[in-house]
Design a protein around this ligand. Sequence first.
Ligand SMILES: [Ca+2]
Ligand SMILES: [Ca+2]
Length: 263
Amino acid sequence: MKRIVLVVLSVIVLSMLALPTVMVGAARAGTDIQNYLGAADATVDGKWTTATEWTDAATATPIPASFVWREKWTMPASDIIEWTLVEFNTDNTNDAGDYFQLCFDPGNNGGAAPQTDDIRIDYIGHAGQAGVTLYKGTGTGWAVYTTWTWGTTLTISEQRTGSQLNPAQHWILEMMSTRAGIFDTSGGGYTPGIRIAVYDASNSAAGVQAWPSASSRDNPTDWGLETGVYGAIPESITMVPLFLIGGVAVAAGIILVKRPKLR
Ligand SMILES: [Ca+2]
Ligand SMILES: [Ca+2]
């Protein structure tokens, strides 16, 4: 009987080790995105350059119908590169007030106002480099942040076109950003808080479309959770739990075999 209890406890401990660590912290519960190692760099040109360009990147959950958001990372040289795809399904109009916004909390320390580790990228009016402004948190708000270089540490490109996810013409944005100076997770590991928002000035009635839904750029505690994964995206996300369950079962089997030898 004691052996059974021991095995059950071992399986529980192994399950805790095998499953990804769930941050009990700043991010809103249930809003997650896995940031997998990409099979290849993206080409930042505002479209699916190849049929597989973004099939190696995970989608945030739960994702709203109004937009698509995927991200992945690669390490072509000495620094990690972050790649972001946003398809704004419901915007096909070119307005000076349109915007894309990404907020990032590297330490996932939340806060009711932007903290000094937080960064925000605004891209307004489809204006290329001139449309980009970065901000850093101050503890109470945001201050303009200028330590970045267009084309080197940050590049954005977009087009109004269709994609294999949505053949109707709509805005598609791609972004390259380096970890150094922008997505610096060195102080907080690989489970940062993150938020994406898009806005169509021709459809102000719909308001700001955000992930997590109805979240604020100014309230990091309510942003979602990104989990950096040192590995490629599984062929099917649904296979992950089966794999882990299989792994635990094998481990438990080893315990069952070895335990009698201790007696
Ligand atoms: Ca592309
Ligand atoms: Ca628009």
